[in-house]
Design a binder for this molecule. Structure first.
Ligand code: UGA
Length: 431
């Protein structure tokens, strides 16, 4: 099939590379010339395991090409639109790049057989875009579908190639069968529905994951006061298969470009229709308070933040990525800086680039460099390598004794045995 992917960021570059490796002829289009040049050289513009290998194979096999020329989409069977829909102020989303892409597609001399919206959008957007080009009288032949993505950063290639479900929302039988054919050998349930249902499924999936995280973070608050470890509670309740173990890790909260945005998009979808959405709003506010709780704990343990040196371990919103968008770690850092702390930051994926997101911080090449002469260690992203922290060594090199574990990664006993003070979230007395 001839496929075009518009927008070659996180989602777009993965979709393009994976479909090319499935044997399709794929053109990835982006307005950013620099990105196009890098991708054509096989360089992934995002930190994603396995992506460069797929790009290289696709480019070498002549099945993959990137371009800034929109006309390359002409005559494609399917166009996947994967442009960003970033937040625009409070509760609004910038849909102008998406609308511009659709407008350009409607002007192509030979229009594609289907326009597939993969960008995460407010409910009703796919139908509205289809109406927009029809009303302008130019794109009468453009048929739309919503086909949301469920890719986790750091596991996006794996998630695309081995999906849990394929969701397609369209009113056009021809588009449905094109997409059914495309995904025929992916071995996942194919859910064919309306565009609005597909959009809600996407948002509801992320909102549910967010709800679980805020739920366990709220339980963690109770645990602290009763000498209970929230990990024990999460593990025990998760043994019930109706509950399960996933997304029950307490900590400083959820971040990234998706969970916080999708949660507010879904709440908004109800509110614009006059509904109150108290559950989703509560999930949001529990999450927004977590970085403040973290700072409170550090403040108490350090008897004030001003003038203290804090070693920060991890800045990305989760391990396995260099993405700091909506990172709770970054929020904790900003609050600490505001309180007058000096920060020495290490993140395995952001070495040498910490100052791009946190100009006031010191960028440290190793965890050891970060904790030397520090009053406290604050672990904010659960990179697996931090499990190997040698606390005896740290204890000798630090000035102070506090270890704040914002992701419940460390063994409290090990920290204490090294003569340090363990401070967690939801871990009884010390927590
Ligand atoms: C999320 C979803 O997991 C994907 O299924 C979805 O496709 C994607 O958004 C998207 O909409 O594009 P991602 O943003 O990569 O994927 O992040 P997650 O791995 O879900 O983690 C989100 C945040 O929750 C991270 O900050 C993580 O540290 C936090 N988290 C996760 C917890 O605090 N506790 C947990 O138990 C799990």
């Amino acid at each position: 099939m001839r496929i075009c992917v518009v927008g070659t960021g996180y989602v777009g570059s993965v979709v393009a590379a994976c479909l090319a490796n499935k044997g399709h002829k794929v053109v990835g289009i982006d307005v950013d010339e620099e990105k196009v040049r890098a991708l054509n050289k096989g360089r992934a513009v995002v930190f994603e395991p396995g992506l460069e290998e797929l790009l290289r194979r696709g480019l070498e096999g002549g099945r993959l090409l990137f371009s800034s020329d929109f006309r390359k989409a002409s005559g494609a069977s399917l166009v996947f639109v994967c442009v960003n829909t970033p937040p625009l102020g409070r509760e609004e989303f910038d849909l102008s790049p998406l609308e511009e892409a659709v407008r350009k597609l409607s002007l192509l001399p030979s229009p594609p057989r289907a326009v597939v919206i993969k960008s995460t959008v407010p409910v009703g957007t796919t139908r509205r875009l289809e109406g927009m080009v029809r009303d302008r009288g130019r794109g009468t032949r453009l048929k739309f579908a919503s086909n949301p993505e469920f890719l986790r950063e750091g596991k996006a290639v794996e998630d695309f190639l081995r999906p849990l479900r394929i969701v397609v929302g369209t009113e056009h039988r021809e588009v449905a069968s094109l997409l059914k054919g495309l995904y025929a050998d992916f071995g996942a349930p194919f859910i064919l529905t309306t565009p609005e249902a597909a959009e809600i499924i996407k948002l509801a999936a992320n909102a549910f994951l967010s709800t679980r995280i805020s739920f366990i973070n709220e339980i963690a608050k109770v645990c602290e006061h009763y000498g209970v470890d929230v990990e024990e509670v999460a593990g025990a309740i998760g043994l019930d298969p109706r509950i399960g173990q996933h997304y029950l890790k307490a900590g400083i909260g959820f971040g990234g470009a998706c969970l916080p945005k999708d949660l507010s998009m879904l709440a908004r979808a109800g509110e614009v229709c006059g509904e109150e959405m108290p559950l989703l709003r509560a999930v949001e506010s529990v999450n927004q308070l977590q970085p403040f709780r973290a700072v409170q704990k550090l403040k108490k343990a350090l008897k004030g933040i001003e003038g203290k040196t804090i070693a920060i371990l991890g800045l990305a919103f989760k391990p396995g990525t260099d993405d700091t968008r909506e990172s709770p770690a970054l929020k904790v850092c900003s609050l600490l800086l505001r309180e007058g702390a000096r920060l020495k930051v290490h993140d395995p994926a952001l070495k040498g680039r910490v100052r791009e997101v946190l100009p006031e911080a010191e960028d440290c090449p190793s965890p050891e460099e970060a904790w030397k002469e520090a009053d406290a260690i604050a672990l904010l992203t659960d990179w697996p390598e931090y499990r190997k922290v040698n606390f005896r060594k740290a204890s000798k090199q630090m000035r102070g004794k506090v270890v704040f574990d914002g992701r419940l990664l460390f063994d409290p006993d090990e920290v204490r045995k090294a003569g340090l003070e363990y401070v967690g979230l939801g871990r009884g007395e010390g927590g």
